[in-house]
Design a protein around this ligand. Structure first.
Ligand SMILES: C[S@@+](CC[C@H](N)C(=O)[O-])C[C@H]1O[C@@H](n2cnc3c(N)ncnc32)[C@H](O)[C@@H]1O
Length: 218
């Protein structure tokens, strides 16, 4: 999610004082939680069913992975909605703040927070119902230089996400690809690795407009 100062930078915007600033921002909390609620709604989107075999989520509670869970605003909403959550983040400065969140510490049996890289998830095959990611997935190509490296990273990760999902698993990603070319790189990685889906753009004319990727395992 863009903040009031502009586009966040990984890792600088999420370490040391910046991580404290992030976690104390009511504006950020409100926006992350609002986006998470929308992701939960999109997980149930009927249009995903027209893309393949019929599959309507029925209000059950699921095992949901929160990729790039940060300081836990999104994970709190998932737990509050009765889901079992696995929050993944690569930075201890962010993850340690998630651990102290009231709703998270009160719900320890329903939430696991893991310090790990989205690109190398320590999760078993077909163990997860659904995946969400809020304002983090664009960072998975951090550190890659060439288009070939970026391609390899996004494809390997999409392939791995397919493996950890149970049949009919869904993914909803809210993220900030830097341009249309980068958006295509991400969307094609999912299409090429066993997912159907589509994009929803919210307020595309605005700088802070959000891009959502809605995906279903084929
Ligand atoms: C904007 S924050 C996410 C906020 C989160 N949704 C929340 O509710 O607080 C982006 C997060 O993505 C994490 N991140 C970036 N690259 C990552 C990677 N490769 N693996 C895991 N986490 C990553 C960052 O450490 C940061 O905490």
């Amino acid at each position: 999610m863009s903040n009031r100062e502009g586009t966040p930078k990984f890792p600088d915007s999420y370490i040391g004082d910046k991580s404290v600033e992030y976690d104390n921002s009511k504006w950020m909390e409100r926006n992350q939680k609002k986006s998470t609620l929308l992701c939960l709604q999109y997980l149930r989107d009927d249009k995903l069913d027209n893309l393949g075999t019929h599959n309507i989520l029925n209000g059950n509670h699921y095992i949901i992975v929160d990729l790039g869970c940060g300081s836990g605003f999104s994970s709190e909403i998932l737990v509050e909605n009765g889901h079992r959550v696995i929050g993944i983040d690569i930075l201890i400065d962010m993850l340690s703040k998630a651990k102290t969140k009231k709703k998270i510490s009160e719900n320890k049996k329903n939430i696991e927070l893991i310090l790990a890289d989205i690109n190398f998830l320590p999760l078993k095959e077909t163990s997860i119902n659904h995946i969400i990611s809020i304002s983090a997935y664009n960072f998975i190509i951090y550190g890659t230089e060439t288009i070939r490296d970026k391609f390899k990273t996004v494809n390997n990760t999409a392939m791995h996400l397919k493996k950890i999902l149970k049949p009919k698993g869904r993914i909803v990603i809210e993220f900030y690809p830097k341009d249309e070319k980068e958006l295509e790189l991400f969307t094609s990685s999912f299409k090429n690795n066993g997912f159907d889906g589509f994009i929803i753009k919210k307020n595309p004319a605005q700088k802070a407009g959000q891009t959502y990727l809605l995906l279903k395992k084929r």
